[in-house]
Design a protein around this ligand. Structure first.
Ligand SMILES: [Zn+2]
Ligand SMILES: [Zn+2]
Length: 399
């Protein structure tokens, strides 16, 4: 258990978050009021980096080749490990900040600023970095930043995500996005239908085959798709059709198995209808979250120190997916959920968007900023704790 010198610093850091709370809430509301989509988060990028720079963090804008990414460093006492706190700030099309990324952004930024304000230079070797990660909702910004080397020197990473309850660990699903295209033959649908090859029938057959497969899937797996192209008009036998799907499962092996079975269903649909099929997976695969019990325990202890309670898992909701999963497969990472809405309010709903701008969201923002800052400091102050997290990561003995 971490204790002694680092625990003595914690009330100062928590007090700094409390002093910053009005400013952080105002920033959270400003981002909420100006929702920006993946890779276009220009105002959020400007406001967050300005806030970090004003309070003494060393800010690099547009890192990793993404114009709306950033990295803000709070230096410690000489060479040592790098602990990253991730901030997301993209919104959803049509429904704004219905995933509460305004709270993620300001909790992560608030954690970095509170450390800078309370301690100036951190009294331990190493550094804390707030990494601004664009495009979580569909663009896999963290994967792009990892490919560009932004996480190369990071030893451990963390973020919080708002939810209808506080849970330090919940799984997320891996995803492969696939496209199935069927090629048939056009003819007049009334006078020469027997000369045609109907590519729409192949798509329909694929949906039927997937629905039959569903009963044999693990309960957490998800297969959901739409028909992107179903034909031109009813008097032409469709010669080209396309359907897009997300295939999700709890483990990477299950995701790969799902992709194999999807391809078999598509092949079957093609054979049954006489079409040719092409199945194209998107090269970016979202990985499931790899848990880190050592870091989660530190985070949970810090929630206890600041008097913020953890909720039992509701057991009602299924799981989503995140590009943070890819980070967690590369280095020790946690992605705890913090309550910003009452029980049972679903993410990606208009109701959740309203709660993301509420007094409950302010409480979650403040608690998230405190727990992130304190956990980052724990990892710098106690190298044996960081090693425990790294050993767990390397051993992979949790799930
Ligand atoms: Zn979301
Ligand atoms: Zn989200």
């Amino acid at each position: 258990m971490v204790s002694g010198p680092v625990d003595a610093l914690k009330p100062r850091i928590a007090a700094a978050v409390d002093r910053l709370a009005d400013e952080l809430e105002a920033l959270s509301h400003r981002i909420h009021d100006h929702p920006e989509l993946a890779f276009k988060e220009e105002q959020a990028h400007a406001w967050l980096t300005e806030f970090l720079a004003k309070h003494g963090a060393r800010v690099e804008r547009a890192v990793g080749g993404l114009s709306t990414a950033f990295r803000a460093t709070i230096d410690g006492a000489g060479p040592g490990p790098t602990i990253a706190i991730m901030a997301e700030y993209d919104a959803l099309p049509g429904i704004g900040h219905a995933c509460g990324h305004n709270v993620i952004a300001t909790a992560g930024t608030g954690a970095g600023v509170a450390l800078a304000v309370a301690l100036g230079t951190l009294p331990f070797p190493g550094r804390v970095q707030v990494i601004g990660t664009p495009a979580e909702e569909g663009g896999a910004g963290k994967v792009k930043l990892m490919e560009a080397g932004v996480f190369k020197d990071v030893d451990a990473a963390m973020m919080i995500h708002g939810r209808c309850g506080t849970q330090v660990w919940r799984p997320t699903l891996g995803i492969i996005k696939v496209k199935a295209e069927f090629y048939g033959k056009a003819t007049h649908a009334a006078s020469w239908p027997w000369r045609g090859v109907n590519a729409l029938n192949a798509v329909i057959q694929l949906f039927v085959a997937l629905d039959q497969m569903r009963q044999q899937l693990r309960p957490d797996a998800r297969v959901h798709g739409i028909i992107v192209k179903g034909g031109e008009q009813p008097n032409i036998i469709p010669e080209y059709t396309r359907a897009d799907f997300y295939l999700r499962a709890l483990t990477r092996d299950d995701v790969d198995e799902l992709a194999r079975r999807f391809t078999a269903c598509a092949d079957g649909a093609a054979v049954a209808t006489g079409c040719r099929v092409e199945v194209t997976p998107d090269p970016t695969i979202h990985e499931p979250m790899k848990p880190n019990g050592a870091m989660a325990a530190l985070f949970e202890r810090n929630l206890g120190l600041i008097g913020f309670s953890v909720d039992p898992d509701d057991g009602e909701a299924g799981y989503g997916s995140t590009d943070c999963g890819n980070v967690s497969q590369a280095l020790p990472t946690i992605h705890p959920y913090i309550r910003i809405a009452p029980d049972g309010v679903p993410g990606h709903s208009r109701e959740f968007a309203e709660w993301a701008r509420s007094p409950m969201a302010r409480a979650g923002l403040v608690a998230g900023a405190k727990a992130l800052a304190l956990t980052a400091l724990d990892l710098l102050a106690a190298p044996e704790k960081l090693k425990e997290a790294q050993d767990e990561f390397a051993g992979g003995h949790h799930r």
